[in-house]
Design a protein around this ligand. Sequence first.
Ligand code: BTN
Length: 274
Amino acid sequence: MSASDQAATGSFFSRLERFGSVGSTQAVVRGWLDEGSNEVCVAVADVQSKGRGRHGREWLARSGRSLLVSVGFRPHDLALRHGWRLPAIVSMAMLDSATALLGPTADRLVLKWPNDIIAVHHGQLLKLAGVVAEGTSESDRLTTSIVGIGINVDWPKEGFPADLAGSMWSLSEAAGGRRVDRDALLDGWLERLEPMYTRLGAGEFDSGRWIAAQVTTGLEVEVQRGRELVRGFAVGVDDDIGALLVRTEHGGALQRISHGEVTRCRLTEVSSDL
Ligand code: BTN
């Protein structure tokens, strides 16, 4: 029985529904949690008319060519400062599912802080997936979290939007043009997410993996933090608050960036290793 069939019959997942078209799977899961649905609830869509990205941006995906999914959690005892670990496990579970499906000959998949899934294609970093999290809290505890991930699956590069064509990628392109099965990707993701979430409930998070997967470490980066553009070298990530650690230019101070977007990272110094 596949993980999504198990979800339909109960166990770890209380609810899993597939939709043809919705506004946003984030809104669907928010509605479920507001009505009192138990965790863990999962909404999957073929296409969204109001897909939500990070920092209030729109998320575009071609109908039927991406896996668009949101998962609702009601963490029992998760400190607000560790709330970033939920999008981190959602992303790592997808990274592992995709890597297993693509096999060893495909482009290498990594994370770009905090949780974008990136393909390393001939030394270029191309975005495959993005993760957004929306939550509620009481005092210093996270009470609900809805984590959404959109990953480009069977989307040929000829159909990429012109303004994104130089920065995006899909799993089928990463696999050299081979078809990639969205259902198998979803099942592999759900199977991997369950133990990661169970461990998180016991206070365990695999920081080592999250840290090792970050392609930004050691690279020259530009990070948009609100209106400010921070330039420097990413020297690592902080596994307590999930921040990106950037040594600013000209021997500047070490900055801990908790919220922001890496808008550029230069691979020139390390491209031979990738
Ligand atoms: C990003 O900006 O990189 C994050 C994009 C997250 C998009 C996904 S698609 C499924 C879920 N529903 C949404 O409306 N957004 C997320």
